[in-house]
Design a protein around this ligand. Structure first.
Ligand SMILES: [Zn+2]
Ligand SMILES: [Zn+2]
Length: 294
């Protein structure tokens, strides 16, 4: 692991940027087109009420083996039309960007169809049981993944998860990497693996390295805290500090599935970024992701 302070290049880059006093955008937003609770227009109104300059939508990409939470193929087309319609309707009030949260196991989405892509890993595939397991759905399913899919070997499960994240970043090069350490969502009491173990942190940091080498922006995601699963955002603080030391790029997203959560914990997340050693933060704008000094 790298141990030097934040890279000189990153500090110099940040110093040249416009300052950001508060976060005024969210790039990770779900709606009723996937597993969100509010319509896209209701989310736009929530973004306006929160004083945002920009909102980006990130409907879950279609996954053929699990249609429970993702957009259908037909729904994806209609989602795209609806977000473009809203972008026109709210022109002059707020910038609306069309994105997708593209799962690593989703094969049917062309990233060229979107303004930006968030790359995420929600599943683990086990060659042993030849099955996909959702890692962020229920403790029962995660337990089944560990026992059936990885013979009860938590280290092997952790290794497979972070290998997925690294491969996703390297091969798909999304603009943003979603919730880098999502595997810890259901691990609040450390019941599946030790999040403080050097071996665990090494795996997570290796995955972060792959994301940084691919040029991806890594998100601080407050969604797991909003839903009550964890006390701190993804990624965990030691991983964030490592990313800062390595000169990585960061953004803050709420992963909102309802209107109330649109800007959840944004001021705390901004402070967390500063405390972890970041001197800049990327934010979605009408011209794409833009770097600001913090
Ligand atoms: Zn996600
Ligand atoms: Zn999401």
């Amino acid at each position: 692991m790298k141990t030097e302070g934040m890279s000189k290049a990153a500090v110099a880059r940040a110093a040249a940027c416009e300052p950001l006093a508060r976060i005024t955008a969210n790039a990770h937003t779900h709606t009723t087109w996937c597993d969100g609770k509010n319509s896209a227009e209701e989310m736009v109104r929530a973004a306006l009420a929160a004083g945002f300059q920009c909102i980006g939508f990130s409907g879950h990409s279609y996954t053929w083996f699990d249609e429970s939470y993702a957009m259908s193929l037909e729904g994806t087309k209609r989602y795209r039309q609806e977000i473009r319609r809203l972008a026109q309707a709210y022109r002059g009030q707020i910038d609306i960007r069309l994105g997708t949260e593209w799962d690593w196991h989703s094969k049917d989405t062309d990233p060229a169809d979107y303004d930006y892509v968030i790359g995420s890993c929600h599943y683990l595939y086990s060659p042993v049981s030849q099955a996909y397991y959702t890692i962020d759905y229920t403790p029962q399913e995660l337990k089944r993944c560990l026992q059936e899919g990885f013979d009860g070997d938590a280290d092997a499960m952790v290794c497979a998860y972070y290998k997925n994240v690294a491969e996703m970043a390297t091969q798909r090069r999304p603009d943003i990497v979603g919730h880098l350490d999502l595997l810890r969502k259901l691990n609040a009491q450390g019941c599946y693996f030790d999040e403080t173990a050097p071996g665990y942190l090494k795996q997570a940091c290796r995955a972060a390295d792959a994301c940084m080498e691919a040029g991806c922006i890594i998100e601080i995601n407050t969604g797991g805290v909003y839903k009550g699963y964890r006390d701190t955002p993804y990624p965990a603080e030691p991983i964030l500090r490592y990313i800062a030391r390595s000169g990585g790029k960061i953004t803050v997203n709420s992963d909102a599935h309802d209107a109330k959560g649109i800007d959840f914990m944004f001021s705390e997340a901004l402070q967390l970024a500063k405390d972890c050693g970041f001197s800049s933060l990327w934010q979605l704008t009408a011209d794409g992701m833009k770097e600001f000094s913090i």
